[in-house]
Design a protein around this ligand. Structure first.
Ligand code: PDD
Length: 285
């Protein structure tokens, strides 16, 4: 049985209860994080909590836990759930009001919730074992504050479903100018003539922690050139390699976009180098 945390208490997940007036439930008014942990070792903990704190500040939820408090919670959740391969889900909503009213309420305590779920073994940089992703594409129809890791994920869910219903694993999104921004639950990279490209950070995409770590690792430990520049849907289709990044996937190779092969339709050599470098440094952040 999985052990969760809710507002100061550890309890079996099945017994955790929130009010139907919780603004997380009514409005999706909250911030969340997903942090992988392998054998009790958290990946990217510092930057995940930086992003959580930044999100809480942007939406004006006054919860001032420091990194150590978050670390204690994550480590206790992992230990109570067996310290295996776990995704640690952290969620702070604006809390349960006494009525449904849009304005931020005063004097309401934020709801703090955490639980873990099983994830696969840490990914390995082996072309013969790695999963080759197939993705759809569509125009991004979400809001203009995609840099906030909001729990209001209906736009992402609908985009993900579009790819899923087409038999694919993800949906890559492009804006009205046909520039690739991110995917429904991942950041997007492409390789062209040996150079790695990913969209620069702005309001159109989540500042992914795997994206941040991968860029740093590539710059520090490899000779692969990296550019944070927008590229178009046409560039994506003509890329030599396409990758997705997210906390549980790390660097995931994409071989087909909208049913068309990327490059020769096989997992690429630059991916193998990138994931190898990532693996060597996954616990550094
Ligand atoms: N998804 N972009 C979006 C829209 C995301 O939802 C995510 C993560 C990412 C990658 O971010 P990171 O590298 O920090 O995991 C990019 C998470 C894991 C989820 O919603 O389950």
């Amino acid at each position: 049985m999985s052990i969760a945390y809710l507002n100061g208490e550890f309890l079996p997940l099945e017994q955790a209860r929130i009010s139907p007036l919780d603004r997380g439930f009514l409005f999706g008014d909250g911030i969340y994080e997903v942090i992988p942990s392998y054998g009790g070792k958290l990946v990217g903990f510092g930057p995940h909590i930086d992003r959580m704190k930044e999100g809480l500040s942007l939406i004006e939820i006054g919860l001032d836990w420091d990194h150590q408090q978050w670390r204690d919670l994550c480590e206790q959740l992992c230990a109570k759930n067996g310290n295996g391969n776990l995704g640690v889900y952290l969620h702070v909503s604006r809390g349960a009001d006494t009525k449904r009213y849009h304005a931020y309420p005063e004097g309401v305590q934020p709801t703090v919730f955490g639980f873990t779920f099983d994830i696969a073994e840490p990914p390995v940089a082996d072309k013969t074992k790695a999963k080759a992703y197939k993705v759809s594409t569509t125009e991004d129809m979400r809001w203009r504050r995609c840099h906030i890791k909001s729990t209001a994920l209906l736009g992402n869910v609908m985009h993900f479903q579009q790819g899923y219903a087409a038999g694919n694993n993800e949906t890559i999104l492009y804006n009205a100018d046909k520039l690739v921004t991110e995917a429904s639950a991942c950041n997007v990279f492409m390789v062209k003539n040996g150079t790695v490209f990913t969209a620069p950070l702005d309001n159109q995409l989540l500042p992914g922690i795997t994206r941040l770590m991968l860029l740093d690792v590539l710059k520090k430990y490899t000779d692969i050139p990296v550019k944070e520049e927008f590229f178009s849907l046409a560039d994506l289709m003509a890329a030599d390699e396409v990758w997705l990044t997210s906390s549980s996937k790390e660097v995931a190779p994409v071989t087909h976009v909208d049913g068309k092969a990327i490059g020769n339709g096989q997992i690429g050599a630059v991916w193998e180098k990138a994931q190898t470098a990532f693996e060597a440094h996954r616990y550094d952040y």
